[in-house]
Ligand binder design. Structure first.
Ligand code: UDX
Ligand code: UDX
Length: 462
């Protein structure tokens, strides 16, 4: 089967960039990205894309209007496609069975119903959204039960491993592409069809094929292992602070062991992002569903350490500022969950600002990419009332405005521009003692001391 037309449902952080890359690398394939959110589609069709990623604009502009299209008109796009990627959200359920842990699959289900309604002939359906194991069976059942034509469907799993901020390079040169399919001749033919799409730019030996369940589970496990490394090093950061060891030195020393490796060992104020917490909770729920309480507890602890890391950072700020932050100005540098993205989902900054505001602090936030509206929405979502936001939360246009008159500053995102701040100028603008809480260990420790700051750095002894 030769693929000439692809449709994608969901134009978010996953669907938009991934389809743009496929279109750019496969000029012979027409790629249509659909979303029910008109504003999001309009943004994809404009000069200001809804997703900020280094290099993404160039990729989109190289193909948009030629073989890359963004639309809210889902039905014709589905009808015309040989292969349909499903990239709609799979948030954690907020109520009912499995609330707080299980994935909410309502968007996946409605996508499957829509595909069944408008499809004719042979279609390949590709799960790209991260989903619990065995979701493919549910999708297949919905497709078959709701098709009114003689359409046939092959469901594949093709999880996305791109990380935000480096999405373009990750997709251009992936560590691997993973595709799971059914162990039937039709399943294997569909799998080969998708392999041939990626083979346009990815070396064949990097394209791994497995059965459906292995592929679905591997995505959850990959994210759980990555997050586990961060919780492991963050647990050690507390021990380093207590003993006078330096967590970056420890990470470097253990990272030289090729069995451990050096990546994902940077201590921080806690991991964020749309995936890690959600996927681990999902894994926990899966373990529980299969009556495996010990593995469930083991993986749950990764999230618990992450929550603890955020709380203890706030506690450190309050205790250091003479046990009260009420009425004090605290400058927050960085609100995104990591550098080089405008995404704030599950960002540690949200929880830290919430807890500081609960202590009646006056918080002044600066982030180079996150819009004011996003910050306000995030704070409302974690329960801070609008009048408190209006009164106690300020957004600054640059780091120097943020620190003016501040009792303390806290770095929460590792933006490169924070590494080269004019420290004497900042010291001059702040109240004394000028307290710094470096939640990413990115500020130059020697220079902080030299310029008279009282600094606490995550994972470093006093
Ligand atoms: C999301 C999930 O977070 C992730 O687990 C999954 O692997 C892929 O989808 P992301 O692309 O980052 O990842 O999410 P988001 O930016 O929210 O994009 C989802 C898009 O789907 C939104 O633009 C939303 O409007 C759209 N959508 C959702 C539909 O078009 N139809 C629906 O029925 C539901
Ligand atoms: C992650 C996975 O890396 C990716 O493969 C998957 O497809 C989606 O989830 P993402 O969430 O975009 O990607 O970013 P990632 O670079 O993994 O960072 C996640 C969080 O961990 C960020 O808050 C980051 O600051 C934090 N982190 C990362 C650390 O605190 N220390 C580290 O050493 C690495």
């Amino acid at each position: 089967m030769i693929i000439t037309s692809i449709c994608c449902l969901g134009a978010g952080y996953v669907g938009g960039p991934t389809m743009a890359m496929i279109a750019a690398k496969c000029p012979h394939i027409q790629v249509t990205v659909c979303d029910m959110n008109q504003a999001r589609i309009d943004a994809w069709n404009s000069d200001t894309l809804p997703v900020y990623e280094p290099g993404l604009k160039e990729v989109v502009e190289s193909a948009r209007g030629k073989n890359l299209h963004f639309t809210t008109d889902l039905k014709p796009a589905i009808a015309a496609a040989d292969l349909i990627f499903v990239c709609v959200g799979t948030p954690t359920k907020s109520h009912g069975i499995g609330a707080g842990r299980a994935a909410d699959l309502r968007y996946i289900e409605s996508a499957a119903r829509l595909i069944a309604e408008v499809s004719e002939g042979n279609k390949i359906i590709v799960e790209k959204s991260t989903i619990p194991v065995k979701t493919a069976t549910a999708i297949q059942a919905i497709l078959t039960a709701n098709s009114t034509t003689n359409a046939t469907f092959q469901v594949l799993s093709n999880p996305e491993f791109l990380a935000e901020g480096t999405a373009v390079t990750d997709m251009e040169n992936p560590d691997r592409i993973l595709i799971g399919g059914e162990q039937t001749p039709e399943g294997q033919a569909a799998l080969e069809a998708l392999v041939s799409v990626y083979a346009n730019w990815v070396p064949r030996e990097k394209i791994i094929t497995t059965n459906l369940w292995s592929s679905e589970l591997s995505k959850l496990v990959a994210n759980a292992f990555l997050a586990q490394r961060i919780s492991s090093i963050n647990s050690i950061s507390a021990l380093c602070e207590a003993t006078g060891a330096d967590v970056d030195e420890v990470a470097r020393a253990i990272g030289f062991d090729s069995r451990i490796g050096s990546k994902f060992l940077k201590a921080s104020v806690g991991f964020g992002g749309s995936c890690f917490q959600k996927d681990i909770l999902n894994l926990v729920y899966l373990c529980e569903s299969f009556n495996l309480p010990e593995p469930a507890a083991y993986w749950r602890s990764v999230v618990e350490i992450n929550d603890w890391q955020k709380s203890r950072f706030v506690e450190k700020i309050v205790r250091t500022l003479f046990n009260t932050v009420a009425g004090k100005r605290i400058a927050i540098l960085g609100f995104a969950f990591k550098k080089d993205t405008n995404d704030t989902r599950e960002s540690a900054a949200i929880h830290i600002v919430r807890d500081l505001v609960a202590e009646n602090a006056h918080v002044v936030i600066y982030d180079p990419r996150v819009p004011v509206e996003t910050i306000h929405r995030d704070l409302l979502d974690v329960g801070i009332p609008q009048d408190i936001i209006n009164f106690n939360v300020e957004i600054a246009a640059d780091p120097y405005a943020a620190v003016t008159g501040a009792h303390a500053l806290a770095t929460l995102t590792e933006w490169d521009e924070f590494r080269t701040l004019d420290l004497p100028r900042i010291h001059g603008l702040m109240l004394k003692p000028a307290f710094v809480f470096d939640g990413r260990a990115i500020l130059p420790a020697d220079a902080l001391a030299k310029h008279g700051f009282k600094a606490f750095v995550i994972g470093k002894g006093e």
